[in-house]
Design a protein around this ligand. Structure first.
Ligand code: NDP
Ligand code: AKG
Length: 498
């Protein structure tokens, strides 16, 4: 094994250790003998220094013309593309997903760099006609200031890019606290931005644990915007802390995503969709399919085929190109998933396959679990209602589309959803009725593209959307401007009369 890299915080363009001098290490979840990196174990002093650096960089950065800011992002996209292979390996080593999926994470960051970079030449405002003669009016977007980003480990480059790139193209400066289990990818993204010409202090990285390094960022009086992705539990805390300080807080949290299969569906297509949406990224996507809601007429055939495919999935170290499903991200996540499997059994669901930790040989050095399918699940069971974040699929049988949609909607979350059917009426009815931020027709619940809004309803979020044209809303402030060129006071303005 090679000597682990040491990652200091990035503050004002300098790499500096945590003021406490403390560090923590991250090991490869597929092989815990492999130390991926040593990171600064930061606290509020480091967060404070990073916010000061971001504040100092803001006046100049916010005045750089937006097209010029965008050009830096476009250059970074090229650097990311050139380093895709290396960055994919780094990402696989730090959080476990197979190389082909890690490549997808980098591709999303490239797409976002291109999309947000081009936004530097648009960033449309609004002009409207005035009620009065000789008067012009418009609304423009303005940067807000220092933006705090708190990201998870499951899409360590993609999610960092969804937040950071729109924030900086709008003219803000950033402090990011990446997930403690996957910080390397944030460094890789920021390295490309720096080489592309991003001035020091525009993006600052503070690594460490959530309560010590994340919370001081949320509570800092000079950080008016927080964008968070992670669990609903932490998101709720972040929201409460932000509300006390009247901050703008954008939350992207959990999911319990349903995939509906109707009797007229193309079952081959549905089979592939379920398989990759349930077990891809070891089920650790907020958009993962965790509930298969299938019409009784096709349930037996489809479930038998899913089980056969699940049992033959190649589970292993993601660095092996043959691997189809990697490990869980850490021991805690492994225990959480095993605990939910026990809960499922106790609730009376039938375990059709998986349900255990994989052991023996190299498996003993990682957090591997067999792809798991439960059938005879009812919509009231905890395994059908709570986010597990692992390769566990719960199958619920139904007799009609209405029943399928009612069950799909009967959870606290509302991120992604899918329906497989050849009936266009059924597809449109489901599209309208599903309580989710994203609906797929004849495609799995995963695989969002960066130029459409991403986010959910109910306990999944608080109304904001990342990506798509909506991505600018969190990171910019509207200013309305009225220009009166009549050269006289127009009474109607004062009277507010017609
Ligand atoms: N919707 C999604 O995309 C995701 C959902 N999840 C859900 O979250 C569960 C646990 O994953 P986990 O990574 O622990 O999620 P968390 O919500 O704990 O973590 C998300 C981010 O918030 C940080 N954080 C933790 N506590 C605080 C705090 N008090 N103040 C500010 N920031 C904080 C974390 O730091 P640190 O890394 O140090 O904990 C991390 O950077 C999963 O099982 C899954 O259900 C997880 C990832 C993504
Ligand atoms: O697969 C997708 O659509 C994106 C998933 C994602 O960003 C997530 O799970 O956090």
């Amino acid at each position: 094994m090679s000597t682990p890299r040491v990652f200091h915080n990035l503050i004002g363009g300098e790499f500096v250790p945590a003021q406490s001098g403390k560090t923590f290490e991250r090991r490869n979840p597929a092989d815990t003998r492999d130390v991926v990196g040593i990171f600064a174990d930061s606290d509020e002093r480091d967060v404070h220094a990073a916010v000061e650096a971001a504040k100092a960089a803001f006046p100049q950065w916010s005045k750089v013309p937006a097209p010029k800011r965008g050009e830096i992002l476009l250059r970074a996209a090229e650097l990311l593309q050139a380093r895709k292979e290396q960055y994919s390996r780094d990402l696989t080593r730090e959080m476990g997903k197979p190389l082909f999926e890690a490549g997808g994470d980098i591709v999303e960051a490239i797409g976002m760099a291109q999309y947000a970079g081009s936004e530097g030449r648009r960033m449309h405002g609004v002009t409207t006609p005035s009620e009065l003669p000789n008067k012009f009016q418009m609304s423009i977007r303005q940067p807000i200031g220092v933006v705090g980003l708190i990201t998870p480990w499951n899409f360590p480059m993609a999610i960092a890019s969804w937040k950071m790139l729109p924030a900086i193209v709008c003219g803000n400066t950033v402090v990011i606290k990446p997930g403690e289990d996957a910080s390397v990818s944030t460094y890789n993204l920021v390295q490309c931005l720096m080489e592309a010409g991003l001035p020091p202090g525009v993006v600052n990285i503070v690594t460490g644990y959530g309560p010590r390094a994340g919370q001081p960022l949320v509570e800092h009086p000079d950080v008016p915007v927080i964008s968070f992705t992670g669990s609903t539990e932490t998101g709720r805390l972040v929201y409460e802390l932000g509300a006390r300080r009247i901050k703008r807080v954008s939350l992207e949290m959990g999911g319990k995503n349903p995939l509906i299969v109707m009797p007229d569906a193309d079952l081959d297509l549905a089979l592939d969709g379920v398989l990759w949406a349930a077990f891809g990224t070891t089920g650790q996507r907020c958009t993962a399919t965790s509930r298969l809601i299938v019409h009784r007429a096709v349930a037996k055939e489809l479930v038998e085929r899913i089980v056969a495919r699940a049992q033959s999935l190649r589970v292993g170290n993601g660095l092996d190109p043959a691997t189809e499903m990697g490990p869980l991200v850490n021991e805690k996540q492994l225990q959480r998933v095993l605990n939910y499997i026990d809960i499922g059994k106790q609730e009376g669901a039938t375990l059709l396959c998986g349900g255990y930790r994989l052991t023996g040989g190299d498996y003993d050095y990682g957090y591997f679990i067999a792809p798991t399918v439960f059938t005879n699940v009812t919509s009231q069971m905890r395994i059908a209602r709570e986010e597990i974040f692992g390769p566990v699929l719960s199958v619920i049988e139904v007799d009609s589309l209405d029943e399928a949609v009612a069950i799909a909607n009967d959870v606290a979350y509302g991120l992604s959803s899918a329906i497989y059917t050849r009936d266009i009426n059924a597809a449109f009815r489901a599209m309208q009725a599903l309580q989710a931020g994203i609906v797929y027709i004849n495609a799995p619940t995963i695989g969002a593209e960066i130029h459409l809004p991403f986010g959910g309803v109910k306990a999944t979020g608080n109304g904001h959307r990342e990506a798509g044209p909506t991505m600018l809303d969190v990171f910019s402030e509207w200013k309305s401007v009225y220009i009166d060129y009549s050269g006289a006071l127009q009474r109607a303005q004062i009277d507010n009369a017609d």
